[in-house]
Design a protein around this ligand. Structure first.
Ligand code: SAT
Ligand code: MN
Length: 590
């Protein structure tokens, strides 16, 4: 029960439709979380992990057909199809409601309906927003407790206001035939049925904080982006903040928690967020970012003391693991954890693992953990004003063509670079892995409206900025002809961040090329790193043919948007092609 009439009315309506056995209003206390966990341990939804080595840690195994986001079942339901754009699946809102009403009818029979009020963004921030998720999954409620500021804190921010984003979620029967993730941006409403997994079911994350929020942000003049936020501390102790967009499962959490290999020089990375940034232009024309989330929902495989020690220390306690392997001593295990698979290992589906039997952990297995227990969490991570952003970074997996790092000539060129970004697909969504697709600003699966309008919005924001952040493109994933990574990545990426910082300060050395400013051969600090000079040369060269082909692929992608695509994007595309044609051996100092 709540004193908020609009909220009460919506909850009553949902209960009438879904017919739960009981209704539980989540208050967000630690006791309530413990009860949720214990209920799930009793009914087998969670397995208690070794409480000596992993206090308050649990394992969840999802249905084997429900292990990743399902982009083909995710819809934007605007009245006009064109408003959703070619980048989204679209369904007429009336039809969507009719179809889903049938599926929701009685879907919670015999189950508990959890009402989960939550706050996205720091407490007391003018940038924070309230959502309320109704769900019949205790697992979802527990994950929302970690990932958001849940319960009373959200209700008190809401007060009597009707300004909350309602999200109705039911596991349904978990059948992919009856699975839909529906967004109604005109009403700021979410309906999701048939999946209990991550971005399909934790409605505060991709559904609200990106798809619905991006649409709200466009109307209100701010930005909801698929970006990590870090603070880079220099030897003098000054911290410079950067936001970086990478597609899902491309190392955002690793970059956000990086242990700098230049720590002896005094360079250190602080974590503000690992997945989503809400960014506003403040009164001074400065771009400021808050992390709307309160936890991390990170990819487990590949996480180890060698690759991400901060994450390993973060997930020692109070963590929910999903779809990882289980050792005989009840500890979580995954490929790339840094130890051999122990005798008697159980795979993510609950069967004894053998070396012929595939992977022990699902490639998209995850950990859910509170951000506040991350050793590198920034002192500013809950600053209600957000942090000032000095650089924006685009990144994705590209085994070829895209250099280690480059800088856009200006904001408009930077927006163009983001808009045409190619990315190899990962296991975070169902479908083929490793296929190059256009994933503008890493937002292709998350932009709640027509991406042509989204590019225009980016251009418009640029005009309001007094000192626009510099825009960069990075690629840690370039491979040599034998398929080996050319760049060591992880903590060594600090060397690239250091160059970015130098560029912000006007000191970093660069050459002007057809595609942007590239670091001069001696501009990246390689102190203490063994790297073949040819490798660096290859990573910092312009693959002219590759870029010409890339420009052709962009042309196909942009053409889908017809007249709606901003003229500035075509202008930049044309300029790129002309520069590539002109570029022979000549390059000038920047
Ligand atoms: O499943 S989530 O969308 O929450 C994670 C991701 O794909 O980035
Ligand atoms: Mn993500």
């Amino acid at each position: 029960m709540t004193g908020n009439a609009a909220l009460q009315r919506w909850v009553d309506d949902c209960a009438r439709l879904t017919k739960p056995e009981r209704i539980h209003w989540c208050t967000g206390t630690p006791e309530e979380y413990r009860d949720l966990i214990q209920t799930m341990v009793r009914d087998g939804t969670l397995i208690e992990l070794n409480q000596q080595s992993h206090p308050n840690c649990y394992l969840h195994r999802s249905h084997p057909n429900d292990v990743a986001r399902t982009e083909n079942l995710t819809f934007i339901c605007t009245t006009n199809k064109e408003d959703a754009g070619p980048n989204n699946n679209w369904m007429d809102p009336t039809e969507a409601k009719e179809r889903l009403t049938k599926l929701f009818d009685g879907s919670m029979k015999g189950r508990t309906m959890y009402v989960v009020p939550y706050l996205m963004g720091p407490v007391g921030s003018q940038y924070s927003r309230v959502g309320v998720e109704i769900t019949d999954s205790a697992y979802v409620a527990a994950n929302m407790y970690i990932m958001t500021r849940m319960g009373e804190v959200a209700l008190s921010q809401l007060g009597a206001s009707e300004d909350f984003v309602p999200g109705l979620h039911s596991l349904g029967d978990l059948s992919p035939e009856r699975r839909f993730i529906m967004h109604f941006p005109d009403e700021r409403l979410i309906w999701s049925i048939g999946s209990g997994y991550g971005g399909n079911a934790l409605l505060g994350k991709k559904c609200f904080a990106l798809r619905i929020a991006s649409s709200i942000a466009r109307q209100e003049g701010w930005m909801a982006e698929h970006m990590l936020i870090i603070g880079l501390e220099d030897p003098s102790g000054q911290v410079t903040y950067m936001a970086a967009a990478f597609p899902s499962a491309s190392g955002k959490t690793n970059l956000a928690m990086m242990v700098s290999s230049l720590s002896d020089q005094g360079y250190k990375v602080w974590t503000v967020g690992d997945d989503i940034a809400w960014m506003h232009v403040d009164e001074e024309g400065q771009l400021r970012a808050v992390n709307p989330e309160a936890g991390f929902f990170g990819v487990a495989p590949g996480t180890s003391y060698a690759t991400n020690p901060i994450a390993m220390d973060t997930i020692r306690e109070n963590t929910i693991f999903t779809n990882v392997g289980l050792t005989p001593s009840n500890e979580p295990w995954w490929e790339g954890i840094g130890s051999d698979p122990p005798e008697g290992l159980i795979n993510w589906q609950g069967n004894v693992w053998s070396s012929e039997g595939g992977r022990a952990a699902h490639p998209n297995s995850r950990f859910t953990v509170p951000a506040r227990q991350c050793p590198s969490i920034s002192k500013q991570w809950e600053d209600p004003r957000g942090v000032p952003i000095a650089a924006i970074i685009w990144g994705s997996r590209r085994s070829a063509v895209v250099p280690l790092v480059m800088q856009a000539f200006d904001w408009q060129h930077g927006v163009f670079l983001g808009s045409g970004m190619g990315a190899e697909t990962t296991a975070a969504a169902t479908g083929a892995v490793g296929v190059v697709r256009r994933d503008p600003m890493a937002m292709l699966p998350f932009c709640g409206y027509n991406m042509a309008d989204y590019f225009q919005h980016w251009l418009n924001i640029g005009k309001r900025l007094k000192k626009a952040p510099l825009i960069f493109r990075v690629n840690w994933f370039r491979k040599d002809k034998d398929g080996k990574f050319l760049w060591p990545g992880y903590g060594e990426n600090i060397r690239v961040l250091k160059w970015i910082l130098e560029r912000i300060r006007g000191s970093g050395r660069a050459v002007e090329t057809a595609i942007g400013f590239l670091p001069s051969q001696d501009a990246i600090d390689l102190n203490g790193l063994e790297l073949a000079p040819e490798a660096l040369r290859e990573m910092l060269s312009v693959d002219k043919t590759g870029w010409i082909n890339g420009a052709l692929a962009m042309e196909d992608f942009y053409s889908q948007f017809g007249e709606r695509l901003p003229r500035e994007i075509w202008e930049e595309h044309k300029k790129l092609r002309e520069r590539l044609q002109r570029s022979s051996a000549s390059s000038t100092k920047a």
